[in-house]
Ligand binder design. Structure first.
Ligand SMILES: O=C(O)CCC(=O)C(=O)O
Ligand SMILES: [Fe+2]
Length: 343
């Protein structure tokens, strides 16, 4: 499992930031938006407690967000999505799979803002001890998150609503978000998210890429190696390159019947998959497929960044940086997966 670093709640004071994401050459430097993480202290250098400073930071975050809404970016698609009434999610479907890949779902500014405002685990715990009120957001272990997520989350939830993927969920929108942190070399074992959630999961990637694999279970009569549970195919049925700022949605059968995971690697060796490539074809092509070997990327034609696309098209080794993911779900499950379809 990756470390669950924190929930993004409130901005950190500038003086506690350490350089984390350095602006690319030629990129305008925006002092408010430099990303970083705080030292694990309960008070800042002015002796303010986390709760005291959060009010001031909240006001500051509102100002930044107002500025952000005026920023014009070259990543037009995120801005267009923010303005449109609906996002045609069907246009982003991966073949016939219950999987949707949307590049540039977030703008560069939103990505930076979210990374800038995340709290550390220690800060989260410091706030929890002070028993602030529950605003309805929960963390992975179902502890209550005692503060309202910043406004940028509202706009992300709004944008997710516009895709229609949560239209049949109990609250018609996600009510739960997890922020995971993956250092290069970290991944997440193949797993299912389980019946606690409505069978739609929407994940936004930030900071770096991941290769996200979906796996089938082996036939009923094949036992797992450890004799516990069902055996899982070693070769992924699908592998997607998740670019920073992209959205991936898994639902329906993909949610209820298959597993997903990310290999624990420092770099991903990728090449383009061809349409309708079967698992056995992939196995042959990948020559003695091993986890972390060469991975055919099924969404390479849908990639948003032209340079990345060209690299993947030729075959490339992509070095991982620190990746964060925000996973949105609706917790209370009242509709059965079988009767649910938005596609
Ligand atoms: O971080 C990701 O992209 C996936 C996380 C995940 O699968 C989970 O939290 O259940
Ligand atoms: Fe998961």
């Amino acid at each position: 499992m990756p470390a669950i670093a924190s929930y993004t709640l409130l901005p950190l004071p500038q003086n506690e930031l350490s350089a984390h994401f350095t602006p690319q050459p030629g990129e305008p430097e925006h002092p408010e938006l430099r990303c970083g993480h705080s030292k694990d202290t309960k008070t800042d250098t002015n002796g303010l407690s986390v709760l005291q400073r959060t009010k001031a930071e909240m006001r500051r975050s509102q100002t930044i967000l107002r500025q952000l809404s005026r920023v014009r970016t070259s990543h037009g698609s995120a801005n267009k999505m923010a303005q449109n009434d609906t996002i045609p999610i069907k246009d982003y479907r991966l073949g016939n799979h219950d999987v949707f890949y949307v590049p540039n779902f977030l703008s560069v500014e939103e990505e930076r803002y979210i990374l800038h405002t995340r709290l550390t685990k220690t800060e989260m715990e410091a706030i929890s001890k002070q028993k602030a009120t529950n605003m309805g957001w929960r963390d992975h272990g179902q502890r209550v998150i005692p503060a309202k997520p910043p406004v940028v989350y509202d706009s992300l939830v709004d944008r997710l609503k516009k895709t229609g993927v949560f239209v049949q969920s109990p609250h018609q929108q996600p009510n739960h978000v997890i922020l995971n942190e993956y250092q290069p070399g970290q991944g997440i074992m193949p797993h299912q998210d389980g019946p606690k959630y409505f069978p739609v999961v929407a994940t936004v990637s930030l900071g770096s890429h991941a290769v996200f694999n979906y796996f089938r279970y082996k036939a009923e009569d094949v036992e797992a190696e450890d004799g516990v549970g069902k055996a899982v195919e070693e070769v992924p049925m699908l592998s997607l390159l998740l670019e920073p700022r992209s959205l991936i949605v898994s639902c329906c059968d993909m949610y209820t019947s298959n597993l997903h995971g990310i290999d624990s690697l420092e770099e991903d060796n990728v090449f383009p998959s061809v349409p309708a490539m079967t698992v056995s074809a992939k196995e042959n092509l990948s020559l003695n497929w091993v986890p972390g070997g060469v991975t055919p990327i099924d969404n390479w034609e849908m990639l948003g960044d032209e340079v990345t696309k060209q690299f993947v098209a030729k075959g490339a080794v992509l070095k991982r940086g620190t990746r964060y993911s925000l996973t949105f779900r609706d917790v209370e499950r009242i509709t059965s997966a079988k009767s649910f379809k938005f596609i």
